[in-house]
Unconditional design. Structure first.
Length: 390
């Protein structure tokens, strides 16, 4: 098959500056190419990267992009400009995968030779699906996203599939050397709580700090520390320096200064895998009811052997089951921090159960490994591609 991938307008590929979508599809198209398919990838021009090259069987075309903006309307304008630039350069193909918002509005109608249009719903729908037609497939990372898409456009029901999100399960489950800047364990029974993601208020990090403050004086707990890793600056999706400062102050009230650490974001897969593997408990208390679509970081942590502790958001229900392969707490209401503290305390105390949950967590997300996920997509695309040749 001839497959074209259109990435978004503001991050580079390879994912030198992060981005779960960019990272995932960068790996997937290499899997496609390794299986003998002809693959073209469009992404943003970036310093140090050539405008055109072929790497690992994938033809990369890089066009002028834009920085991410604070206001939604500005991002929509950037996306429209980007989509038009890409539209003019699209080669003939069987499948064209769109990780953009405006391009699918006209692509299938105006340029059918570019391939059957596949849309990956990386973010929660914001009304755009009402304007989409001529789509061959919509890939929804969770059942929740599927529901939201169909609320906007019920006519898409025959073409939408819930697929989850791909992760590098093999690398994440293989022991990696620990980076030198990770603090050493103070004792063999020390438990590490981890968080990897944007340092943003919607991620529930203040809630986590309040829960840890409740555990500060609990007796009989094993020694523990918290390691957070991710960007706090607005340009990369964080809430900015002011929120970062408030969070660190709140954590200082919950623990000694040597018990919590905020690391810079990491984009090297092996280093990131090592950080995940350091976590015994991966706490992701997101409050983003209308923002979270799957939870890639949660699935990656599970592959690395951590027990996920997540808020009761619908997006996590497809792969985290309370008491089976993780823990879930009710994140709503004034008692949310107390409920999170209770779950964390139990998970900290019960070492044997924690190990059982971790083993179940790792096994349950193996289906999202890049190789398996790519094969699943290719089998699906093969049912769509022949229609372009009829």
């Amino acid at each position: 098959m001839r497959i074209t991938l259109v990435n978004g307008f503001f991050l580079p590929v390879p994912p030198l500056s992060g981005g779960a979508t960019e990272k995932s599809w960068y790996s997937l198209v290499r899997e496609f190419a390794a299986r003998g398919h002809t693959v073209t990838s469009f992404s943003r021009q970036w310093r140090g990267l050539p405008d055109e090259e072929e790497s690992e069987g994938v033809r990369h075309i890089r066009l002028k992009g834009h920085d991410h903006q604070r206001q939604l309307w500005r991002n929509l304008i950037c996306d429209a400009r980007w989509s038009w630039r890409v539209f003019r350069r699209l080669p003939p193909a069987d499948i064209v995968i769109c990780n953009t918002l405006t391009l699918p509005m006209w692509l299938g109608r105006w340029k059918p030779g570019a391939g059957r249009v596949v849309v990956m719903t990386g973010r929660m729908p914001k009304g755009q699906y009402r304007r989409y037609s001529h789509l061959a497939r919509v890939l929804a990372p969770s059942s929740l996203v599927r529901e939201r898409v169909l609320e906007e456009n019920p006519a898409l029901d025959p073409v939408i599939r819930v697929t989850g999100y791909p992760i590098n399960w093999r690398e994440l489950s293989t022991p990696q050397p620990q980076p030198r800047y990770l603090p050493p364990r103070t004792s063999p029974d020390e438990v590490t709580l981890g968080f990897v993601g944007r340092i943003h208020q919607e991620k529930g990090l203040m809630l986590l700090a309040d829960a840890l403050r409740m555990l500060r004086d609990a007796r009989g707990l094993p020694p523990w520390r918290l390691i957070l890793c991710g960007p706090s600056d607005v340009g990369r999706g964080g809430s900015g320096a002011s929120f970062r400062q408030k969070l660190m102050h709140r954590l200082s009230e919950a623990a000694h200064s040597n018990q919590f650490h905020l690391l810079d974001p990491q984009f090297n897969d092996r280093v990131l895998a090592a950080i995940y593997q350091r976590a015994d408990i991966f706490c992701y208390p997101s409050l983003a009811t209308h923002g979270e679509t799957f939870g890639v970081a949660v699935a990656e942590a599970m592959a690395a052997g951590a027990v996920p502790v997540v808020s009761n958001l619908a997006c996590f229900r497809d792969f985290v089951t309370d008491g089976v392969n993780g823990r879930v707490f009710d994140h709503e209401g004034p008692e949310a921090a107390a409920r999170l503290a209770a779950v964390l305390e139990t998970t900290l105390r019960e070492a044997d159960h924690r190990r059982q949950l971790a083993a179940a967590a790792r096994a349950s997300v193996q289906r999202f490994d890049y190789a398996r996920y790519a094969e699943m997509l290719l089998e699906d695309f093969a049912t769509l591609a022949p229609l372009t040749r009829s």
